[in-house]
Design a protein around this ligand. Structure first.
Ligand SMILES: Cc1ncc(COP(=O)(O)O)c(C=O)c1O
Length: 449
């Protein structure tokens, strides 16, 4: 099972095979590649780490490619998707996911979004107490919930466990302040009231952050909500309600962007959760009720994005020009802040590994005397994806590979300067398939119409 970063050797072999097969055309100034065997290994391992009836709602925001979504759907019925907008829900339906495999989160849902979610029967995570009231009103409307339906929405509420921030402020969402969810320290009474008022509110949801959050912080977030529902479930039962039985732990397990650093393993994460929240793995304890008294069984949901998608993907750009300054060289590339927004804006937090190959795909060795800046093609000076990198001598026509780019890169594509989004190619060993064609100039023009 390949769960580490892809090696330079393997990437080199795929690059050379793609060049030899003519898959990289002159107009393909940059391309994104996806190792589908590696992706499948990660998905199999994820499913094996958690109880079999867990729903893994893979975060579409990390990778919205239609073919990748269909690929994941076919691997296991445990694999679903987490959608952060009605647009992402649409992508999920288009990829063939049934409603019970779709989790809908968004902090800003309109009444129309909520009505749509309830009518389709997907799992809905409410973000705040006002949204809760909107949902309550909608549920009272017979047009929203006709009785003979195959799928009925299950509904959870996002709670901010307020366990603290990770090392990356922009992607940490469980501090005392967060724009997401209902803060448990400040709103515990209101939360209790909500769960003891609405029998249909059977789920809790949290997400502590994305990258930069230690595994222990994620587990502590889960622990805070776990304690809350253990305290609340006896009261719900006394009120004649079903217990809270859906626990969505969000995503956020960090990955390594550097082959020398080992990321926390999913297995270790699950075993820490097992210690902190044992009833996840023995649901009867959550309610102190025998299972025959539970009409809705306990369901664990996860929402990993980065952990699943990032390591199997890499990006290659042709080096169009090189520039030489007294103390630094610059490689002028065909991808910049359009694909690597976070790397350009917050370089201290987001760094990749880079490998240089010559025009035939042979890996270059050694180190140049001066360091290299890797500059993109956009018209602002901050469009530099990395500064002062130690690399071999880079020359015009070389291929520069940016490692670990399968998540949160093309999904964040920027239209600034109207450049064509590169093609995306999947491969298994040396068998290739086009996942997405390079955007044409006509398609690009259509975007602005
Ligand atoms: C609500 C929610 N769930 C899941 C994720 C996925 O996080 P990650 O890709 O770090 O696993 C995010 C990312 O921002 C998120 O906001």
């Amino acid at each position: 099972m390949n769960l580490t970063n892809l090696s330079k050797t393997d990437i080199g072999a795929a690059l050379r095979a793609a060049l030899q097969k003519g898959l990289i055309r002159p107009e393909d100034t940059a391309l994104i590649f996806y190792d589908l065997n590696c992706l499948k290994s990660r998905l199999d391992y994820l499913c094996a780490c958690f109880p079999p009836d867990t729903l893994h709602g893979l975060a579409i925001k990390a990778n919205p490619l239609a073919k990748i979504l269909s690929f994941t759907r076919e691997i296991s019925p445990s694999l679903g998707v987490e959608a952060a907008s009605v647009g992402e829900v649409t992508l999920a339906f288009n990829a063939g996911f049934s409603p019970d495999r779709i989790v809908f989160d968004s902090p800003v849902k309109t009444i129309a979004d909520l009505e749509f979610a309830l009518k389709t029967g997907i799992h809905l995570n409410i973000d705040n107490l006002d949204e809760l009231e909107r949902v309550n009103k909608l549920l009272a409307s017979p047009s929203v919930l006709p009785p003979h339906r195959q799928y009925h929405s299950t509904i959870g509420l996002r709670i901010n466990p307020q366990v603290g921030m990770g090392t990356i402020l922009e992607s940490s969402v469980a501090g005392n302040y967060s724009k997401f969810g209902v803060p448990i320290k400040y709103r515990k009474k209101e939360l209790e009231h909500a769960f003891l008022t609405y029998p249909w509110l059977t789920g809790v949801h949290l997400h502590v952050g994305s990258q930069g959050c230690a595994m222990e912080l994620l587990v502590e977030g889960i622990g805070v909500l776990y304690d809350f529902i253990c305290e609340l479930n006896p009261k719900r039962l006394a009120a004649g309600f079903q217990p809270i039985s859906i626990f969505d732990i969000g995503g956020g397990l960090p990955i390594s962007y550097n082959s020398d650093t080992i990321a926390p393993s999913m297995e270790d994460y699950v075993s820490l959760i097992r210690q902190r929240a044992p009833s996840f793995f023995n649901p009867h304890q959550l309610t102190n009720l025998p299972s025959y008294q539970l009409t809705n069984s306990f369901r664990l949901i996860t929402e990993f994005g980065r952990w699943v998608f990032t390591n199997p993907g890499w990006t290659v750009s042709r080096v169009e020009y090189v520039k030489h300054d007294p103390d630094v060289n610059t490689a002028m590339l065909h991808v910049g802040a359009d694909l690597f927004l976070r790397e350009c804006l917050n370089p201290q937090d987001w760094q990749h590994e880079y490998t240089v190959f010559d025009c035939n795909g042979k890996q270059k060795e050694g180190l140049d005397i001066l360091p290299w800046n890797l500059a993109g093609p956009l018209c602002f000076s901050g469009d530099i994806i990395a500064k002062g990198v130690k690399l071999p001598k880079v020359e015009e026509g070389d291929w520069l590979v940016i490692h670990d780019t399968g998540g949160y890169t093309f999904s964040m594509w920027s239209r600034f300067n109207s450049r064509q989004i590169p093609g995306i190619i999947g491969y298994r060993n040396t068998e290739f398939e086009i996942l997405k064609k390079r955007e044409t100039l006509e398609e690009l023009a259509t975007f602005w119409k």
